[in-house]
Design a protein around this ligand. Structure first.
Ligand code: AKG
Ligand code: FE2
Length: 300
């Protein structure tokens, strides 16, 4: 990584931010025409660190974000949310509009089978205080399990859906947030069965597939599902497996959505906070015994 240089000879550096996840990349100006070696270096850093951060990307506008995202793969829109007007695939997350507060641990869009490989998030408006985002490594979450628990989860499958009990998850949700959830986010219902342990398509690492859209473990009662979910989810989000980013305007984060969960802290009251996200198409998860996730329900 350190051997990659820009055309002017300046170096690209990767600085780790925490023990098990997260790095800041310096010396890169992100754009739709970023040269191949730089893109490859970013991919490499994503495999090693799972989430990478870039400061001061003032030139990174909507077109640049879309162009850059396409260098990483296919730009895929969100299944139910509308793209930002005039854009090809940008999702605007705006706290004031009722769709910006992702204050539950989740992996993006796990209610479909081939959920995104990468998400690219850029800070457009940031509150004066609060509004950090935390990422957790789902690989570390798996690795921390005892051998007996690993054996148990490797044989388990779970149903994920975008239709969940909104009020149960968001005790302090506003009217606008609830309406957005009902009328947009859950306007079409998806259900997918995923292995609880997936094999990473590039690194072959095992990771836990859980998060906010988890509904139940296949073949388990609701009560057993809830207790086991809590146990496993707590392993994923253990503080040692996380990295926390304090945003400044024009920061960009990219994460490997196949190996992480994230949580946007809702601690900034009604200050403005606007982010813009693109997602890049992923692969259908594969279980330890070689079976693929499958959609159980999707709109016609
Ligand atoms: O607002 C944030 O920091 C994260 C929002 C989120 O969950 C996402 O962009 O996927
Ligand atoms: Fe998210």
């Amino acid at each position: 990584m350190n051997s990659v240089r820009n055309s002017d000879g300046s170096a690209i550096t990767v600085r780790r931010l925490a023990g098990r996840i997260g790095a800041e990349i310096q010396g890169v100006t992100l754009s739709g025409s970023l040269p191949g070696p730089q893109v490859a270096a970013i991919r490499q850093a994503l495999l090693a660190h799972r989430v990478v951060f870039f400061r001061d990307q003032a030139e990174f506008d909507d077109a640049a974000q879309e162009g850059f995202s396409r260098l990483l793969g296919d730009l895929v829109p969100h299944p139910t949310e509308k793209v930002l007007e005039g854009s090809l695939g940008i999702l605007e997350l705006d706290a004031a509009a009722g769709n910006g507060k992702a204050d539950q641990w989740h992996t993006d869009v796990t209610f479909i089978d081939a959920y995104p490989r990468y998400s690219v998030l850029r800070a457009v408006r940031i509150p004066e205080y609060g509004g950090d985002t935390v990422w957790a490594s789902t690989v570390a979450g798996y690795q921390d399990l005892s051998p007996q628990l690993k054996t148990l989860v490797e044989g388990l499958w779970a149903v994920h859906t975008n239709k969940y009990d909104y009020a149960a998850q968001h005790a302090h949700g506003t009217q606008a947030e609830r309406e957005h959830y009902e009328k947009v986010f859950a306007s079409n219902i998806y259900e997918t069965e995923h292995p609880v342990v997936r094999i990473h398509p590039e690194t072959q690492e095992k990771s836990l597939v859980l998060g906010q859209f988890f509904q139940r473990f296949v073949g388990q009662t609701h009560a057993d599902s809830a207790a086991l979910f809590r146990l496993l989810q707590d392993h994923v989000t253990r503080l040692e497996n996380t990295v926390r980013w304090s945003w400044r305007k024009n920061d960009v984060a990219i994460w490997d959505n196949q190996a992480t969960q994230h949580y946007a802290l809702n601690d900034y009251g009604n200050q403005d906070r606007t982010m813009r996200r693109t997602t890049i198409g992923g692969e259908v998860p594969v279980s330890v015994d070689g079976r693929h996730s499958r959609m159980l329900r999707q709109p016609n």
